[in-house]
Design a protein around this ligand. Structure first.
Ligand SMILES: [Zn+2]
Ligand SMILES: [Zn+2]
Length: 193
């Protein structure tokens, strides 16, 4: 069963702004967002706390706040479980889609940066409401690292015996080889970063 979405009705945003607080422990929609993005890494004991300010000027909406959360990830190299804590900063400017004039060739050069502050993301909303869960899901997804590593220089597992090399060298690996990625690097030197 899906929890009801977290929607803000544009018309209901008061002059002084709308302040939203939510936690995965109490708000099913936020827990659902965390689980959609992090799946099993967001365990029942993990927490997620959202604070969000929503301001409206005419029909332009500014969202700002942060999502603090914990997760139990698995290292992509050594497969060890490890706990993480992260904060996703949210700075989004939303314009109504309906009031946007159809783009002409002339308009294409228009820089949206002129009406949005530098550190703000620019987006649109459609209709009379915005779905906070949907926006959060996108922001959280974008904030995920390419690789989950227990530590930045995790040495991973020995490809031969499977020992976690961050805990020390194993008997079978000649230490001169260095990381288990040395062989790959030698094969494709141009693809190295
Ligand atoms: Zn690791
Ligand atoms: Zn080994």
């Amino acid at each position: 069963m899906n929890p009801p979405p977290m929607e803000i009705i544009i018309h209901d945003i008061p002059q002084e702004g709308l302040f939203i607080k939510a936690s995965a422990a109490h708000d099913g929609w936020l827990r659902a967002v965390m689980q959609r993005v992090l799946s099993k890494a967001f365990t029942p004991s993990d927490t997620a706390e959202l604070t969000l300010e929503c301001h409206k000027v005419n029909e332009e909406i500014d969202l700002s706040g942060e999502l603090k959360y914990s997760a139990n990830q698995t290292c992509d190299r050594c497969l060890a479980p490890f706990g993480t804590q992260d904060v996703v900063e949210i700075r989004i400017h939303l314009s109504p889609l309906h009031s946007t004039q159809p783009m002409t060739n002339q308009d294409e050069g228009l820089d949206v940066g002129e009406i949005v502050t530098e550190d703000e993301e620019f987006s649109y909303y459609e209709g009379d409401r915005i779905d906070i869960g949907e926006i959060l899901e996108e922001q959280l997804t974008l904030a995920q690292p390419m690789k989950n590593l227990c530590q930045e220089d995790c040495l991973g597992l020995c490809p031969t015996c499977g020992k976690n090399l961050s805990e020390g060298p194993c008997a079978c690996a000649p230490t001169a080889l260095g990381s288990p990625f040395s062989a790959l690097k030698a094969l494709a030197p141009k693809k190295r970063k």
